[in-house]
Design a protein around this ligand. Structure first.
Ligand code: OOG
Ligand code: NI
Length: 443
């Protein structure tokens, strides 16, 4: 998919080169970071894609997409309501969930489902439904192989190769619209996203996102390489200890398309490139503090995220968010993974009969805790990414109406609660240390 996207959107190749240059320079200047990444075996696939995004049109498409991602070990995590931001979709992220799978490859696909019920014009809504009902976004062979994988509990090597080829077809670009110019214009008038989802044969991948080690440097470098960057980096400000997710993108390109029936030429903007830098996962308390501080900055008078002093105001507001690992842990704001540093020392303390006390063991240097990486998305940031590609004029407003149950009904399964997943990860690491401690007593 990466190779396909680079051919389809050459500017994405330029972005990948930029990210590789910035990452190389960052690693040269920061030996400690280099050591850390080396130890985690992360240099190998440092600048490869960390996520992509698609937009689906029907419940059936979403349900089949879930089955297909499941074959690849990706499961729906989290629910994102974008209607609050004037975008008529809701979404989940398909991603690996076990610690081992995430270490191997954390690639995620932010997957939106169009909400036609938010379109006011009933006739247009019915027309869009009819158009979507006629299309088949998966190749017959992709669905066949999916059914095979479900029955057999997996695919053979050869089948897996074929499966990947077939599924990639779903995400390719089609420059021929399936609708006439007139219909496209009507759909576009309802919302640009409606036109994007309904007018084409399939859900073209609309961006891929590599990982950068210094997103501010990458943001500054984009215009120097002729890339039209969005105005601000979404998410938290730059910090000593990164939290959650920071991301920025270049604006979607205007691409030539041909309309059905009349054969008229036109253009469509949907596809872009994005970069991300991840920090630690926050607990419910940490996330509440993040949401509160961010909302404060964004609700200030005349303070859209595009205003000139946005990043200063953001940094000022986040003074209230501790940037010290001990504080983040002690105040229960972030998730940590515990590990044993000194097994012999731990055994000695256990043998002395002392009760298991993580904080005391840590103070003695016998165990350590390091932050767990945030693997998910942020609704306000996602809205910012959507908006930067809709052109300034697009500001439809919908009443906030999360509809997680309807989304899950379409999906055919509940979405996992992302915070519960981090809690489990943290708890599993504590349990492993405790088990090692207890093993001494049982000897
Ligand atoms: C998805 C935008 C959201 C992110 O990184 O938050 C997203 C879209 O434009 O379809 O990818
Ligand atoms: Ni994205």
């Amino acid at each position: 998919m990466s190779a396909m996207y680079k051919t389809e959107v050459p500017q994405y190749g330029t972005l990948l080169d930029l990210v590789a240059d910035i990452n190389r320079a960052t690693l040269e200047q920061d030996a400690a970071l280099r050591g850390e990444l080396e130890a985690g075996d992360e240099l190998r696939r440092l600048d490869v894609e960390r996520h992509g995004a698609i937009r689906l049109g029907t419940a059936q498409e979403l349900a089949d997409m879930r089955r297909i991602f499941r074959v690849m070990g990706m499961f729906p995590v989290g629910y994102y309501d974008l209607s609050v931001a004037g975008v008529p979709v809701h979404a989940t992220a398909f991603r690996p969930v076990s610690d081992a799978a995430l270490r191997n490859n954390p690639f995620r696909v932010f997957t939106s489902l169009l909400r036609l019920e938010l379109i006011a014009d009933a006739a247009l809504r019915a027309q869009a439904e009819a158009i979507l009902a006629r299309r088949a976004i998966f190749t017959p062979r992709a669905l066949e192989l999916t059914a095979l994988a479900e029955e057999a509990g997996g695919l053979t090597e050869a089948q897996a190769v074929e499966f990947v080829q077939e599924v990639t077809q779903t995400f390719r670009w089609h420059s021929e619209a399936t609708v006439s110019h007139a219909t496209y214009r009507q759909l576009h008038g309802a919302h640009r996203l409606v036109a994007d989802v309904v007018s084409f044969k399939g859900p073209h991948i609309n961006h891929l996102t590599p990982r950068t080690l210094d997103i501010d440097a990458a943001q500054a470098e984009m215009p120097r390489r002729g890339i039209a960057a969005k105005e601000v980096v979404e998410g938290p400000p730059r910090r000593k200890h990164a939290i959650l997710l920071r991301q920025t993108s270049f604006k979607a390109l205007e691409e030539p398309i041909v309309f059905a029936e009349d054969g008229a030429d036109g253009s469509h903007t949907a596809r872009f490139g994005e970069i991300e830098q991840r920090g630690m996962a926050l607990t419910r308390a940490g996330r509440a503090l993040y949401d509160q501080l961010l909302a404060g900055v964004r609700s200030m008078q005349g303070a859209g995220s595009a205003s000139a002093d946005y990043s200063e105001r953001l940094a000022a507001a986040f003074q209230a968010f501790p940037d010290d690992l001990d504080q983040l842990r002690e105040r229960g704001l972030a998730f940590f993974r515990w590990r044993v540093l000194d097994a012999d020392g731990l055994a000695r303390v256990a043998a002395s009969g002392a009760a298991f006390d993580l904080q005391a063991l840590r103070a003695q240097g016998l165990v350590a805790a390091s932050p767990i990486v945030y693997e998910d998305f942020l609704p306000v940031s996602a809205a910012g990414i959507f908006q930067s590609n809709l052109g300034g004029a697009e500001q439809k407003s919908y009443a906030a109406n999360a509809a997680q149950e309807a989304f899950e009904a379409a999906l055919g399964a509940p979405v996992a609660d992302e915070i519960a997943l981090y809690e489990q990860s943290q708890q599993a690491s504590v349990d492993a240390v405790r088990a090692q401690y207890a093993a001494v007593l049982n000897r």
